[in-house]
Write a protein that binds this ligand. Structure first.
Ligand code: NAD
Length: 270
């Protein structure tokens, strides 16, 4: 159901790879809520061609950009403002990639070249997106930026390897940049800490399926779906959350504050 919460707003959505991607659902919901959006992803992801379907459905244009390239990001904002006819009101950072995870390398044996690549793609890219936007004055006053993260930034999840450290940096950039952009333009910046979700990035993690089921049984509301995450992002992009900034917001069905559930206890009963 649409409430036209984003009517008249212009947004940039990164990270829609296929219909399982969290960003894909966010793009659909933003469109439903009346926003005019631009889609972006790494040039290599475009070659798979899926994103074109989403662009048709949401009547949006696609601007390829490698989120580690300041040049690409500058082009992204310039073209987005051109296409949508004004400054941007909201940005979704939905970008994550760890070569160490992809190659199944244990945390204690991390390859540092891969580690630094993960930092650049998954965390520094947020700093670059914000810094480029600030320099170009591309985001409207009271604009909203959301980046997606995971609770492994706060607590240890051995299978999440270097991404745990990288998400901690992403969340720190959110607070640090949130201060400066807040002071300068009232732009708000938050991370949404999402439940395990069956996507390309999520399912690439060793033991993901088992952990997905465990989290589902711990959370009183069950795991939060990608669709529910999209609803939450819409709320954060809307004018109804104007004073929320520099926060790490758990969107996890209550997982983060539950010690143990009866369902999990039963598994260990005699
Ligand atoms: N799936 C989960 O369980 C889960 C849980 C919490 C948080 N997250 C986070 O949600 C975000 C989106 O991931 P997803 O689960 O939807 O998976 P996904 O694989 O669908 O999305 C990841 C996206 O990152 C893009 N990307 C990779 N390198 C890039 C680059 N250099 N420049 C631009 N884009 C690049 C990919 O093309 C892809 O579209 C990530 O930050 C992820 O860590 C996922």
């Amino acid at each position: 159901m649409s409430h036209q919460l984003l009517k008249g707003k212009r947004g940039i959505i990164s990270g829609a790879l296929d219909s399982n991607s969290i960003a894909w659902k966010v793009a659909q919901r933003c469109h439903e809520e009346g926003a005019q959006i631009v889609l972006t992803n790494a040039p290599i992801a475009m070659r798979m061609g899926e994103i074109k379907k989403l662009a048709d459905e949401t009547k949006s244009e696609i601007i390829p950009a490698d989120a580690t390239s300041v040049e690409d990001l500058t082009n992204l904002y310039a073209k987005s403002m051109d296409i949508t006819g004004g400054k941007i009101d909201f940005v979704l950072h939905s970008i994550g990639m760890s070569v160490n995870i992809r190659k199944n390398i244990p945390y204690v044996e991390s390859n540092y070249e891969y580690y630094l690549k993960g930092v650049d793609v998954s965390a520094l890219s947020l700093h670059k997106m914000l810094s480029v936007a600030m320099k170009m004055d591309a985001i409207n006053d009271w604009g909203s930026v959301v980046a997606l993260t995971y609770i492994a930034a706060q607590r240890t999840y051995p299978f999440y390897t270097d991404m745990a450290d990288i998400k901690a940096l992403l969340e720190s950039i959110t607070r640090s940049f949130g201060y400066h952009y807040g002071k300068k333009k009232n732009v708000r910046i938050n991370t949404v800490s999402q439940s395990p979700t069956k996507t390309t990035a999520g399912s690439g993690i060793k033991g993901f399926e088992d952990f997905f089921n465990f989290a589902d049984k711990i959370s009183p509301l069950g795991n939060a779906s990608a669709d529910a995450c999209a609803d939450y992002c819409v709320a954060l992009f809307s004018d109804l959350t104007k004073m929320v900034t520099m926060q790490n917001l758990y969107h996890d069905g209550g997982y983060s504050t539950t010690g143990i559930s009866n369902e999990v206890m039963e598994k260990f009963g005699n």
